[in-house]
Each structure stands twice: as C-alpha cells, then as structure tokens.
Write a protein that binds this ligand. Structure first.
Ligand SMILES: Nc1nc2c(c(=O)[nH]1)N[C@H]1C(S)=C(S)[C@@H](COP(=O)(O)O)O[C@H]1N2
Ligand SMILES: [Mo]
Length: 313
C-alpha cells in the first residue's frame, strides 16, 4: 500500500483532502481479502468490530476528526476535565524547545528540537489509541521513530530502560499550580519497547503542527499501551539500568502498572477492559471489542514472551 514518507511540517494537507484519500485507500483495501484476519481474530465479537486491518504501520479505520482529537484530551498540566487542555494549553510556549538526554548515553546534552527535526525522518502513522479509561480514537500522527533520537545520543550497552519527563512550568501550565499529581509527569519504557519501530515521538497531527493540548511540541506515542504511557511535552530523556518510576503507577500501583499493555483479558480493578467506547460520531463510533496489545499483537507480542501479563500489567 502506498503511504507518504518524509511528511514535513511544511507539507500541509487540508483535512478534507486527507480524509478523502484515506477513505479511498480504505475502499481499495476493502475490495481485497484484507480485514478477514482481524475479523477472525475478533471471533465472537466480530459483530461489534469494524472491518479493518493494520497494514504496515497504518490502521485502515477512519481516523477521528481533528476536532475530536484536539478537544477531548487528558493533559492534567492544564486541568483534569477533558475540555480543559483545549481551553488552557494556548499559554504554553513551545519554541524554543530542547530535550535533555542524559544517563547511559555516549553523547549526553541538550538537544535542540529544530536540530533533532533536521536529522530524523518525519513519517505519517495512523494509529489506534486506547486510554485506560476505556475510550479510544484513531489518530493520524506525524512524527519520527524514537530509536532515531536515541541513536543520535548513542545508547550505552548497559542501558535497559528509558525514562521520560514532561516540562514543569507552572507559569504556563495552569494545572501544575495544584498538587493533583506529583509534577513533573514522568513515564518509562523498557529499552526494547523504546527501540520498537511502532514507538514514535509525535510532532504533528493531520500534517499540521501538534496542538499544545496534544503534547506539543514533542510527545511519545506507544500505540499498543494504554494512553497514559504516551507522555506529552517531553523535555528530558534518561537512559537507565533500573526500571524508572511512572506517574500513574506511583499514584496507584494496584490500578496502573509499568507495562500498561492494552489487554482485554486483564481488568482494571474498577472496570472491565474487554471493550472500549470509540469517540466521535463516525461510522465505527460506539462500543467496540478491545484487542490484545490494541491490535498490534503480531508486531509486539514477542517482546513479552514468557511474561505473565496479569502480573506485569
Ligand atoms: N504530561 C502528560 N502526559 C500525558 C497525560 C498527562 O496528564 N500529562 N495524560 C496521558 C493520558 S491518561 C492519555 S489518555 C493521553 C491523552 O492524549 P491525547 O489527549 O492527545 O488524546 O496522554 C497521556 N499523556
Ligand atoms: Mo488515559
């Protein structure tokens, strides 16, 4: 399937033209045998599953609208209601921006974002996105593989984990003036998860610059994990040999773990994870069956072979 490579900030694609292209591609896919595998995998839940396939990096599902993706958010630095980030995040200054990379790397230091962007390959990824709260979207990201950034810094052989930290700037992030969580928001990945080609640093949406409420100017996206792993507005990356703390696990380790892989078979202590509510009024909106590793089982299950996923949730 043809897909654009090296999409840059400057390659602005009007959303309507973009959707038409996507729908055309989805139509072409539908004419073939595609989708059968996913339908079979969904088994008894097939009736509630849209007919889609994940080909290469992209899902053929209709993306959520720009409006939906940018007005229904979790970004506690700007408030805890879903509409707060869209209302409040305009106060954030995202230029200049730099990422400090330290710990077990060959070339520690402050990496200017503009400089990073001149050295990596910006790509388009249409990913499924599943929040631990059991809502989901389909999001057309622009971004680059995290491993490209880690390679710029040169990961030392002793490193086993990657820690990420969000900006702490209460003057510009109104929610940080309340102790809702222990700021700054932090997250972590095992090194092999961080180096996986599905793991990206997003810099845009729909070919436009990433809106502040979605984690501008640079946010992690790990599509097979619950949304809270996808930390926003990253300013610091540390390579370590021990498992880093992550914010939601620190808040409540019984309810939120380090791995946080999407898994319909492992319930949250207060709700089932077997299904999800697709945001929006699109064709596939409504209650859908949740898929193991959020539909990316084929690509990532081998990372967890031999692990008990109900213990390592
Ligand atoms: N710094 C930071 N990153 C964050 C969050 C947050 O509150 N602060 N919320 C997380 C959660 S719970 C989700 S579901 C996603 C939401 O991303 P979206 O608003 O772009 O859909 O961001 C994640 N990253
Ligand atoms: Mo979330």
């Amino acid at each position: 399937m043809a897909r654009p490579n090296d999409l840059k900030y400057s390659d602005i694609t009007p959303e309507s033209a973009y959707l038409n292209r996507r729908q055309l591609m989805a139509g072409l896919v539908g004419a073939g045998a595609a989708g059968a595998g996913m339908m079979a995998a969904a088994g008894a839940q097939a009736q509630t599953m849209p007919d889609f396939e994940i080909s290469g990096f992209d899902t053929s599902e209709t993306p959520n609208t720009f409006e939906e993706i940018t007005t229904y958010n979790n970004f506690y630095e700007f408030g805890t209601d879903k509409g707060d980030p869209a209302r409040n995040a305009h106060t954030l200054t995202t230029d200049p921006w730099a990422v400090e990379i330290d710990g077990m790397v060959e070339r520690p230091g402050s990496y200017d974002l503009g400089d990073i962007l001149s050295k990596v390959n910006i790509d388009e990824r249409i990913y499924r996105f599943r929040c631990v709260e059991a809502w989901s979207m389909v999001i057309p990201w622009n971004g680059f593989e995290l491993r490209e950034l880690l390679d710029l810094a040169g990961v030392q052989p002793s490193a086993k984990y990657v820690r990420f930290e969000t900006l702490y700037r209460p003057d510009e992030m109104i929610g940080q003036n309340r102790a809702v969580i222990d700021w700054p928001y932090v997250e972590g990945l095992r090194l092999d998860e961080a180096m996986h080609p599905l793991t990206i640093m997003a810099t845009g949406l729909y070919g436009k610059e990433l809106p502040n409420q979605n984690g501008a100017p640079l946010r992690l996206v790990v599509p097979w994990k619950y949304g809270f792993k996808s930390i926003k507005s990253v300013v610091k990356i540390t390579l370590m040999d021990t498992q880093p703390e992550n914010t939601w696990k620190a808040i409540n380790h019984r309810e939120y773990g380090f791995y946080s892989n999407v898994n319909p078979e492992v319930s949250h202590p207060r709700w089932s994870q077997a299904s999800e509510r697709r945001i929006g009024s699109g064709l596939f909106a409504g209650r859908l069956a949740t898929l193991k590793f959020n539909g990316y089982e084929e690509q990532v299950a081998s990372l967890y072979s031999g692990m008990d996923l109900s213990v390592n949730y």
